[in-house]
Design a protein around this ligand. Structure first.
Ligand code: DGL
Length: 261
């Protein structure tokens, strides 16, 4: 069984693509909404959450962990790999390499949370690629809150997206990398505001492919039809319920998990 977590609903962008490609494997998705957003938290706080969540997922029988959150991957993946050496772990990678290598203008933009952008992983990768392209980073301020409240369109959403894109557009970027799993849910609004020559780079496909590669038959509980999917939140059930029903058209039941410390 695959276990996934994110600070909230963003990782459902990964869940959606994973389950479309692997419809017969059980998946347990945990939204840490009681602690969302992670983007303004310290690495120590994010590591503590990631560890508590991983312990819980292992107790539930998970055999592979997908950290469906760039911020948690950046802050905690190395720690998790050391602490749980037997557990295969897939994390989110900001896809700046393919963007930098195919840039014509020599400038690319990255949208991510503040915690991801200040992280060592991102800074190292950006330094390695500096001969290929200049990387302009921008926090998607307000994006996570919009997605958590199901506001994927409308005036406020367009204005919030426009404010984040403006500095990147001023630098003549020709690729914009989505470096947070909440952001693919805003991709239609982002696309609508970009000139046609600017590509949006979303790493979700690559992460799903890597998950499928690591998921050996010994790690699988499936094939099961229909695969049982579980959704757990450390926050209020209502926002996740609405999101699953109205945006993903999933009528699944959600379990509340208030005592995950
Ligand atoms: N979805 C997350 C990410 O990929 C976290 C956003 C947040 O909680 O700030 O970065």
């Amino acid at each position: 069984m695959i276990g996934m977590f994110d600070s909230g609903l963003g990782g459902l962008s990964v869940w959606r693509q994973l389950t479309a490609q692997l419809p017969d494997e059980p998946v347990l998705y945990l939204a840490d909404q009681g602690y969302c957003p992670y983007g303004g938290r310290s690495d120590a706080e994010i590591i503590a959450r990631a560890e508590a969540i991983t312990d819980y997922l292992l107790q539930q029988g998970v055999t592979l962990l997908l950290v469906a959150c760039n911020t948690a991957t950046s802050a905690a993946a190395r720690h998790l790999r050391l602490k749980y050496p037997e557990l295969p772990i897939v994390g989110m990678e900001p896809a700046i390499k393919p963007a930098a290598l195919s840039s014509q203008s020599g400038s690319i933009g990255v949208l991510a949370t503040q915690a991801t952008l200040r992280g060592e992983k991102f800074r190292q990768l950006a330094a390695q690629l500096q001969n290929h392209a200049t990387i302009f980073s921008q926090a998607g301020t307000g994006f996570v809150e919009l997605v958590e409240s199901g506001q994927l369109d409308g005036e406020q959403t367009h204005a919030t997206v426009a404010a984040a894109l403006a500095p990147l557009l001023a630098h003549n970027v020709d690729h914009i990398v989505l470096g947070c799993t909440h952001y693919p849910f805003l991709a239609p609004v982002i696309r609508a505001q970009l000139p046609a020559h600017i590509d949006i780079i979303d790493p979700t496909d690559a992460v799903v492919r890597q998950t499928l590669r690591l998921l050996t038959p010994a790690l699988r509980s499936g094939p099961l039809s229909p695969a049982p999917y579980r959704f757990v939140t450390t926050g209020e059930i209502s926002s996740m319920q609405q999101f699953l029903q109205h945006i993903l058209q999933r009528p699944d039941r959600i379990e509340a998990l208030a005592s995950l410390h």
